[in-house]
Write a protein that binds this ligand. Structure first.
Ligand code: HEC
Ligand code: HEC
Ligand code: HEC
Ligand code: HEC
Ligand code: HEC
Length: 614
């Protein structure tokens, strides 16, 4: 009887606990000299019946949008905490200096207050007892930035000393906010300047060698702002804010008090949606343990928005019609990057990869890019090169940045990063290697020879080549693009130090309990049957002369067209671009019979080419 009662209260207790974390917790209302925590702003800019609602009645208040984002949780993010510890363990004599660097962007209201008050620094220990630091990238940080002094990176922002809160609207009512918070709402264009985001989203590190001594070189760890500058979005000043704080054009009352506030438009929603579904889920799973304030329900909203952004606004994937030669079949995948910067971008652990599955009825006859296997497994001593053509299952297309140390070995220790070994992340539309900032956003590795990366179209293509023997009466090819923010290969070196720091041990446990399924971005599929005939037909361009001694003229091409030359077994020999105004191609491949493929938009044409140099 007693035993049963105990169990019952236990169940009840667990129920109450989980019920509590469904909805939001009280936000901190602490202040320091320079900043106030988000709880102070909630009174007028939080959930309200009369203000911060769209026409459909949805709560679009800054507090509700922000509190479940990575920005709000940047200083409680267990990966970040573990990584700061890890970097300190790897280089004991830089531990203190590193903590000062890391807290600058992840806990700015703690770190900047310390800086401006001339403190020696701001460590993880300081952060532990500081509700302001733990409030992450919060309201009074972004809204007090009044200067973008050079250099424009590593969180080098100016904060005003007049207690002015900058906003997008001219002549706001000031009295209520001053009385309640001590801050004066003030119009400023700076709030919608991309530099506000870009200065924290560009990170250069001072690289160290194996002894932990500075090499004197800087490593570009994150360069979203530069990627954006080097794109059509930067050129047209389509700001970070315009994509990440989506606007509603209808009028919205921006404060719940006083009762007479007028409606303003446009109104920016504080969604800050990015791509980190994995970490948002992990935060949700450990909401109470991590001391988060968002509530599980709002975490779910941010997670769903993130999945939506990834599947609707990130990359378009289409398969071209299959091309069949005497012994192979070629399937080309077109990827169009729609993002305002590289995809993936940001923190160097981010990667996207292609999975290609070929089936004949129930049989899988080809499978490249199986999640968690081979190059997508936990090992990171080596890395997969960029591919233009994939002809065996061991090869997989992975879009990623790979950091190398001073010995040229792969590293995931941020401070040891010295040079990129690979960067084939898809460039944005308008990207160019002649842009003034190209040095900080370089394409590195085999992709350097892939002309598409420099075409400015944001398009990248990969061709799968399969032997005809794999093709049956009814063959299906499905190619999918997936995204991972924290792959195991990126954390396993850190996990080896779990005994040395509680933060690493507890993150490791959360990590292996979390859902690590890669997030779906896009897919396309194709069905075809083996016909026994070569399908190279409906050719609209003509080659002169053919056979050729090396230089040919193409008749009938339009605009800029990319071309690839394959052997009849599907081996890629050359790629390049050819323009209608200069329609010549010169080949360096040895004598032989080849397939010349021309690709434009989603169209592919091909022709057999005979090369006889003498
Ligand atoms: C200049 C600002 C800045 C500084 C300084 C900085 N970071 Fe970050 N960090 C960021 C930004 C911005 C992101 C998010 C980028 C993204 O989502 O792709 C990030 C993301 C991360 C993540 C990934 C978190 C996740 O949940 O996936 C880790 C880990 C991390 N930082 C560790 C560190 C460490 C360790 C330091 C100190 C050596 C540091 N950061 C210093 C700006 C900074
Ligand atoms: C007592 C209510 C109240 C509190 C608390 C409050 N505000 Fe305001 N806020 C207002 C009012 C009123 C306006 C102006 C509304 C108008 O003119 O339509 C405003 C305007 C703003 C604006 C827009 C300014 C512009 O010119 O575009 C921002 C940004 C802002 N507040 C941020 C904050 C932040 C950050 C906090 C927390 C430190 C905060 N507010 C706390 C009442 C408040
Ligand atoms: C004080 C520095 C700072 C400023 C200013 C800043 N950010 Fe960030 N931002 C961060 C950090 C740090 C993270 C990563 C936190 C983490 O993952 O632990 C981040 C994460 C993000 C993410 C990733 C969310 C996800 O789920 O993947 C987006 C999107 C983002 N910021 C957009 C912006 C935009 C837009 C602005 C400008 C309006 C901005 N940020 C201003 C530091 C900053
Ligand atoms: C044209 C719209 C657009 C613009 C402009 C834009 N972004 Fe993004 N951003 C996206 C989309 C879509 C994603 C999701 C796909 C991804 O993760 O890259 C994203 C993702 C991100 C992420 C998460 C990256 C990751 O996966 O870790 C960060 C951080 C970010 N953006 C910051 C910025 C900053 C800072 C700027 C301005 C310099 C900016 N964005 C400009 C559309 C945009
Ligand atoms: C990462 C930077 C950033 C953070 C953090 C941030 N804001 Fe904003 N806020 C902006 C930007 C950018 C705009 C302008 C949006 C626009 O014009 O479309 C804005 C606009 C506003 C406005 C005017 C109404 C609107 O949404 O357009 C208010 C009020 C406001 N913020 C309050 C807050 C409060 C309260 C918080 C804390 C929960 C907060 N902000 C956190 C960047 C930020």
């Amino acid at each position: 009887m007693k035993h049963n009662l105990f169990k019952l209260t236990n169940v009840l207790f667990i129920f109450l606990l989980s019920a509590a974390s469904l909805t939001s917790q009280v936000l901190p209302s602490n202040t320091n000299t320079w900043f106030s925590a988000s709880g102070i702003c909630e009174l007028c800019h939080g959930t309200s019946a009369t203000a911060s609602r769209d026409n459909a009645g949805n709560d679009v208040s800054p507090i509700t949008g922000w509190r479940s984002t990575m920005l709000a949780n940047a200083a409680k993010d267990p990966f970040w905490l573990a990584k700061v510890k890890h970097e300190g363990i790897e280089n004991e004599h830089h531990k203190e200096a590193l903590e000062n660097v890391c807290t600058r962007c992840h806990a700015p209201m703690g770190m900047f207050n310390a800086l401006l008050e001339s403190s020696a620094g701001y460590s993880l220990d300081d952060l532990k007892n500081d509700p302001l630091g733990q409030d992450g990238i919060s309201c009074t940080f972004c809204h007090q930035v009044n200067d973008f002094p050079p250099p424009l990176y590593s969180g080098n922002l100016g904060i005003n000393n007049q207690k002015e809160i900058y906003g997008p609207f001219v002549s706001p009512i000031t009295q209520q906010m001053i009385a309640n918070t001590g801050f004066t709402p003030t119009f400023s264009e700076r709030i919608n300047d991309s530099r506000l985001c870009g200065t924290c989203h560009t990170l250069l590190t001072n690289s160290v060698d194996e002894n932990g001594d500075f090499t004197g070189e800087m490593f570009v760890e994150q360069a979203i702002y530069h990627e954006w500058e080097n794109s059509v979005f930067g050129a047209q000043n389509t700001t970070c804010q315009s994509c990440h704080l989506p606007r509603i054009e209808e009028g919205v009352k921006i404060s719940s008090r006083p009762g007479f506030v007028a409606e303003h438009s446009p109104f920016g929603k504080h969604n800050f949606t990015g791509g980190n579904v994995f970490m948002l889920n992990l935060l949700k799973d450990n909401h109470d343990e991590l001391g988060l304030k968002s509530g599980v329900n709002l975490m779910d909203e941010t997670i769903n928005r993130t999945k939506k952004l990834l599947s609707e606004s990130t990359v378009e994937l289409t398969l071209n019609e299959a091309i069949q030669t005497n012994d192979s079949i070629f399937i080309t995948v077109n990827l169009q990057n729609k993002v305002g910067h590289k995809f993936p971008s940001g923190y160097p652990s981010r990667r996207a990869f292609l999975e290609c599955v070929v089936t004949n009825g129930a049989d899988t006859v080809f499978h490249s890019g199986k999640p968690g296997k081979g190059a997508l497994g936990a090992d990171k001593d080596d890395f997969e090169p960029h591919h233009k053509i994939i002809s065996n299952e061991e090869q997989v297309q992975i879009y990623e940045l790979v950091m190398g140390d001073t010995d040229g070995d792969v590293t995931t220790i941020l401070e040891r990063a010295y040079a990129q070994l690979k960067d084939n992340r898809m460039p944005p539309v308008g990207f160019s290697d002649t842009h003034a900032n190209y040095d900080t956003v370089r394409i590195v590795g085999k992709a350097e020879n892939d002309n598409e990366y420099f075409s400015g179209t944001g398009i990248e293509t990969v061709t799968y080549s399969l032997p005809l023997s794999k093709i049956g009466a009814q063959t299906q090819v499905k190619v999918s693009l997936f995204y991972e923010t924290v792959p195991e290969s990126w954390v396993h070196t850190m996990f080896e130090k779990a005994e040395e720091a509680e933060e690493i041990a507890s993150f490791r446990e959360m990590y292996f309990n979390a859902d690590r399924t890669p997030v779906f971005i896009a897919a396309d599929s194709l069905q075809f049957a083996y016909t026994g005939n070569s399908s190279i037909e409906n050719t609209k361009f003509k080659i002169y002369p053919n056979p050729t001694t090396g230089k040919i003229k193409l008749d009938g091409i339009i605009g800029i067209t990319s071309f690839s030359v394959f052997t009849l077994n599907g081996k890629l020999m050359e790629t390049g671009c050819v323009q209608a105004i200069n329609p010549f191609i010169e080949f360096s491949a040895p004598d032989g019979n080849y397939i010349l493929m021309l690709m434009q938009d989603d169209k592919i044409q091909s022709e057999k080419l005979i090369l006889r140099k003498n």
